[in-house]
Ligand binder design. Structure first.
Ligand code: 9Z3
Length: 318
């Protein structure tokens, strides 16, 4: 087993404590939808942490609010997909992402009548809440949405491999949409102290090591027939397309969605072996609250349809 390889990573890092529970949920979900011939998408979302202590007080984090993943999951449901939403604990989630902070409470009216107290939705908020609630309830009633959560990069990899292996039998009907911001660096297990680092010991020296690239085994071994889309995040525009294209050539998957940190919600480039397709929202569209994820997902659904060998695949049967 080569040092720094993905095999070594899994040999050294134990599965998370809730791994078997999550694996059972994933198995049931994949088998149920596979049986109906449904398309299944794995959406990963949010950032991964790199713990600096085993009993973790401090950690290094990767930036991501989970907006991209949570919004995209909703659009995949609209396109008839069964959705595995694999997300960073406490990052944004489909449907509830629309009502963060005080927004939900601001929509409610309280009539304080002692034992007959009632809470109602304000009339002008009904039209905002109702369509989202309807879509949320429909997705859950149909069993079309499964949530599984991770925090650290090692938890992410354990869940990712399990989901991929279970999706292998779905063949080309499986779609991977890897929007999570995954750390490139970590502290190997044997270098992580058990307890909270003490300032009395002086300034700590922390050396980060490279995380093994999981896209290689994912594409070649775990889920070889799936349509795999990865994301490339940069802050230097000059690196964006060259790095996206390099990833595509190296891992031989189907598409890289390239985006800049600063403009990620208005502009992305879909990089495929044949083309760079830019998607840009106009100022008016941004103002009107249009999600760029609606456009990204429509284009990917079309490409996935072609990958499956039919232009308009059937929608999700339950
Ligand atoms: C992305 O590039 C996502 O689009 C964002 C979305 C994380 C920027 P938000 O959650 O942001 O809406 O706030 N995700 C992938 C980032 C990543 O880690 N890519 C790796 C890389 O760039 C390759 S897998 O090297």
């Amino acid at each position: 087993m080569a040092s720094g390889s993905w095999e070594e990573f899994f040999a050294v890092h134990l599965p998370p404590t809730d791994f078997e529970d999550n694996r059972s949920l994933l198995k049931e979900f994949c088998e149920r939808h596979d049986q109906y011939g449904n398309k299944i998408v794995l959406v990963t979302s949010g950032g991964t942490t790199v713990p600096l202590e085993h009993n973790t007080v401090r950690f290094v984090d990767n930036f991501s609010a989970g907006t991209r993943g949570a919004a995209s999951a909703e659009y995949f449901l609209e396109h008839g997909y069964a959705v595995i939403f694999m997300h960073r604990q406490k990052s944004l989630e489909p449907f509830t992402r629309n009502f963060t902070g005080q927004k939900l409470f601001d929509m409610l009216d309280l009539q304080d009548r002692g034992p007959n107290t009632t809470i109602t939705v304000k009339q002008d908020s009904v039209f905002v809440l109702a369509p989202v609630l309807q879509r949320y309830q429909a997705a859950h009633a149909a069993g079309a949405l499964l949530h599984v959560a991770f925090t650290s990069v090692s938890e992410y990899f354990w869940l990712l491999r399990a989901a991929c292996e279970l999706l292998a039998r779905t063949g080309p009907r499986a779609l991977l949409y890897l929007a999570a911001a995954v750390s490139d660096f970590y502290v190997p297990k044997d270098r992580v102290p058990t307890h909270k680092m003490q300032s009395a010991s002086g300034p700590p020296v922390i050396q980060l090591h490279l995380v093994p690239k999981m896209l290689a085994p994912l594409v070649n071994l775990w889920v070889p027939e799936a349509y795999v889309v990865s994301f490339k995040l940069e802050t230097d525009e000059n690196l964006l397309i060259p790095k996206a294209r390099a990833a595509l050539e190296k891992y031989k998957h189907k598409m890289v969605v390239a985006n800049m940190l600063q403009t990620r919600h208005q502009r992305v480039i879909l990089v495929t072996p044949d083309a760079n397709q830019e998607i840009v929202l106009s100022r008016e569209e941004v103002h009107a609250g249009i999600d760029i994820e609606g456009v990204i997902v429509s284009d990917i659904v079309r490409a996935h349809g072609a990958h499956m060998g039919c232009g308009a695949p059937p929608s999700c049967a339950r």
